[in-house]
Design a protein around this ligand. Sequence first.
Ligand code: ZN
Length: 192
Amino acid sequence: MDSEQILEHFRQSGALLEGHFILSSGLHSANYLQCALALQYPADAAKFGKTIAEHFTNENIETVAAPAIGGLIIGYAVAEALNVRFIWTERQDGVMTVRRGFSVRQRERMLVVEDVITTGGSTRECIEALESRGARVTGAASIIDRSGGAADVGVPRIALVSMEVPSYKPEDCPLCRQGIEAVKPGSRAKTS
Ligand SMILES: [Zn+2]
């Protein structure tokens, strides 16, 4: 799948809305991304997982890991495509942690996978949690990179689609200036 096919799938599934949106942060944006909608059908998730896995087939990845919740489905799909183990990290009292009895071997070669990278924060925290247990995280991946390539997670990173999604304070919003009505996604948002 190339990036245009992936974006088209996101648009058709309602995962990528285009218009004028009020984000949960209160900022305005011309795009709204809800990746979970693009992964509702396991066959679609499997396709994305396979496409990510193709970047890592020669890296001797032993385990795929993901930060919950966003990374769970795509991480599982990548692990399935690489035929390796899948584990996840989750926040406990705000701190990304390895729980549920998941073991981490010393020097275990791991790949960290997320659905969307914006600042890279969750992926970085996931990497730190795994490396503090002795793992060696050799790469990171996401379906979408909203940072346009800028996010640095400390290990080599790939994304299937790279896009810059500018957001604006309401008073600086060019869409507001054009008189386009702003909507909160989930209320009256429409796909274009
Ligand atoms: Zn606006």
